[in-house]
Design a protein around this ligand. Structure first.
Ligand code: NAP
Length: 260
């Protein structure tokens, strides 16, 4: 495979880091975006290099228009093109509030980071992909959105999170439809419960639900790891699904199965 380039939002930690490292195993050059944690981003860069890739760290808040412009411009300045955008950066509510008490501030924050950011960043990246010629393998670009089982699972103590993730699922379909004519495929990866800082605060709850309860919430009885998501993203960058777009990949230990 020709050397590919990727912009992975929120890759200083967690799923984004796991994705960057898996992409690096395919020799990818990666723009490692982060919001504020430069030290963690540098750690990701070291891991990327150790795994056989390369790249650079790139601060930027996906919720801010000027930052999104800069993310795309700097990635193109360094690499000349963007073969893959991974919309991974995302946040959970700071406080899990009952649906009847949930506030506007949390709603606006989640909407801005988890949905508005990916939408307008995808616009910019798609326009860049349209400007660039297909590479030697005929590859023009791919976009991956990291959603959640919250797309279809109601959690009444974080309704804002569920609603924006459901919006991101629809966004995948919209971009997939619009960009198919231009040779750009768009995919949704829907993680289950993954061991990261985001789920650290509720670790005991999920330990019980996954490992102790009989039956547990997932047929595959273990926590998901960031590398589980990264391997799926890598398969997309390696173009293993050329005749699929708008597809949803459940990377969730089987959580989505209805069981009796
Ligand atoms: P995490 O460990 O909390 O890491 C979040 C990452 O996003 C960090 O790199 C952070 O950068 C970055 N970030 C946060 N706000 C940002 C902003 N405004 N602009 C740019 N980057 C920003 O989270 P995670 O668990 O890996 O989650 C990653 C994605 O997967 C999220 O979209 C999340 O909703 C989704 N997801 C997670 C799980 C799970 O179980 N963990 C399940 C389903 C879906 P800094 O390091 O600079 O703060």
């Amino acid at each position: 495979m020709a050397t590919k380039t990727a912009l992975v939002t929120g890759s200083s930690r967690g799923i984004g880091r796991g994705t960057a490292v898996e992409l690096a195993r395919a020799g990818t050059r990666i723009a490692i975006n982060y919001a504020g944690n430069a030290e963690a981003a540098n750690e990701t860069l070291a891991l990327v290099r150790a795994a056989g890739g390369d790249g650079f760290t790139l601060q930027g808040d996906v919720a801010v228009a000027a930052d999104r412009e800069r993310l795309v411009a700097e990635t193109v300045a360094r690499f000349g093109r963007i073969d893959l955008l991974v919309n991974n950066a995302g946040v959970a509510p700071k406080v899990r509030a009952d649906l009847l008490d949930a506030g506007e501030e949390s709603f606006d924050r989640l909407f801005a980071i988890n949905l508005k950011g990916p939408f307008f960043l995808s616009q910019l990246a798609a326009k860049q992909m349209l400007r660039q010629e297909p590479d030697a393998e005929g590859f023009r670009g791919r976009i991956v959105n990291i959603t959640s089982i919250s797309v279809y699972t109601a959690s009444v103590n974080r309704g804002d999170y569920c609603m924006v993730k459901a919006g991101l699922a629809m966004m995948t379909k919209l971009f997939a439809d619009r960009l198919a004519r231009d040779g750009i495929n768009v995919y949704e990866i829907r993680p289950g419960v993954i061991a990261t800082d985001m789920t650290g605060a509720v670790k005991e709850k999920y330990d019980k639900l996954i490992l102790q309860d009989q039956p547990g919430i997932t047929p595959i009885r273990r926590w998901g790891q960031p590398s589980d998501i990264g391997r799926a993203v890598r398969a997309i960058l390696e173009d293993r699904f050329p005749f699929s777009t708008g597809a949803v990949f459940d990377v969730d230990g089987g959580f989505h199965l209805h069981r009796l």
